[in-house]
Design a protein around this ligand. Structure first.
Ligand code: SAM
Length: 295
């Protein structure tokens, strides 16, 4: 298979073409904040995903409420880019800064496998950090225990965003063990479903000879594509025929019997929402927005 490289001009045209005009950005407060703090959820950094246009639409109502919010994944450059160690100290947390300012009364939780570099910014006085691995049953249980202990049993979150390693296995285990925390009417979001940590994506020079990256697809437990799986459960079951013996649904049950039933049962509480309701998000195909049914 050959890789076709676009020349720089063509690539810039793609990116700029996908970038909304300055006036649109001005009209979207969350995009302005994303750009101020330089997270790629906005339109001036890295992949310029512009997810903020979608988030502004769904989350605007939560803005000045006392919500509980969790994001998995705090800063680019983590072990998903090919390190064989989990030894990075996170120096900044752009999306946490953005959420902290946007949700002016919200409790903002950040969950990351890497620790934070001292001193943690004290001006973020509603920010709580939890160090854990989203691929570990123990860490996910610890997180549940920690928030239950802090807020009382059966604590509920308004919004959870998974912007962690993006590995399918991690996305699926995290949803299984964290989605029960989402309150009716709240949201569970999975970002960057087009991207997998894989040795072909490694940042050059990070590994010495013979070392293996922590999240190479060959090292993580095998599973199916997250988007196709969710589509079969809450998308259009007739079209996707989940009952067929070789369906993604059945493959998932065979590959991950230890949590497949929990994943499927939890997913049935959610509704698949339009990832581009405003029509302004440049890359909606990279996003899964799930809303918990209002029981
Ligand atoms: C894409 S970056 C997050 C970007 C940030 N949310 C933003 O918008 O600027 C991914 C983050 O996921 C974290 N991560 C990678 N693997 C993880 C794991 N197994 N558990 C928890 N966090 C993980 C990385 O350390 C990194 O900070």
């Amino acid at each position: 298979m050959s890789i076709i490289r676009k020349d720089k001009k063509e690539w810039e045209k793609d990116i700029l073409g996908a970038r909304p005009a300055a006036k649109e950005q001005e009209e979207c407060p969350l995009t302005l904040l994303a750009n101020k703090y330089k997270t790629d959820k906005g339109t001036n950094r890295g992949a310029n995903n512009g997810y903020t246009y979608t988030y502004e639409y769904y989350f605007n109502n939560f803005k000045d409420k006392k919500i509980k919010f969790l994001e998995i994944g705090l800063n680019n450059g983590g072990p998903e880019h090919g390190s064989n160690k989990i030894d990075r100290k996170i120096e900044d947390y752009p999306s946490i800064r953005m959420w902290h300012e946007y949700f002016s009364k919200g409790e903002i939780w950040g969950f990351d496998v890497n620790e934070l570099k001292d001193p943690i910014d004290k001006s973020l006085n509603r920010f709580h950090f939890f160090q854990g691995d989203q691929g570990s049953e123990d860490s996910l249980k610890d997180f549940n225990d920690t928030v239950n202990k802090k807020y009382g049993n059966n604590v509920q979150f308004d919004i959870i965003i998974d912007d962690g390693s993006h590995a399918f296995y991690h996305q699926q285990l995290s949803f299984t063990r964290l989605s029960g925390l989402v309150k009716p009417g709240g949201y569970y979001v999975i970002e960057d479903i087009h991207w997998q940590p894989d040795k072909r994506r490694l940042v050059k020079g990070k590994l010495a000879e013979g070392e293996k990256p922590v999240y190479d697809s060959g090292q993580l437990p095998r599973t199916v594509n997250t988007k196709f799986l969710i589509k079969q459960i809450v998308g259009d079951p007739k079209k996707n025929n989940p009952g067929a013996p070789n369906s993604i649904f059945n493959k998932f049950k065979k590959l991950r019997p230890e949590f497949a039933d929990d994943f499927i049962n939890n997913m049935k509480n959610f509704i698949w929402e339009d990832p581009n309701p405003s029509g302004k998000c440049p890359r909606p195909q990279r996003l899964i927005i799930l809303q918990r049914s209002k029981e």
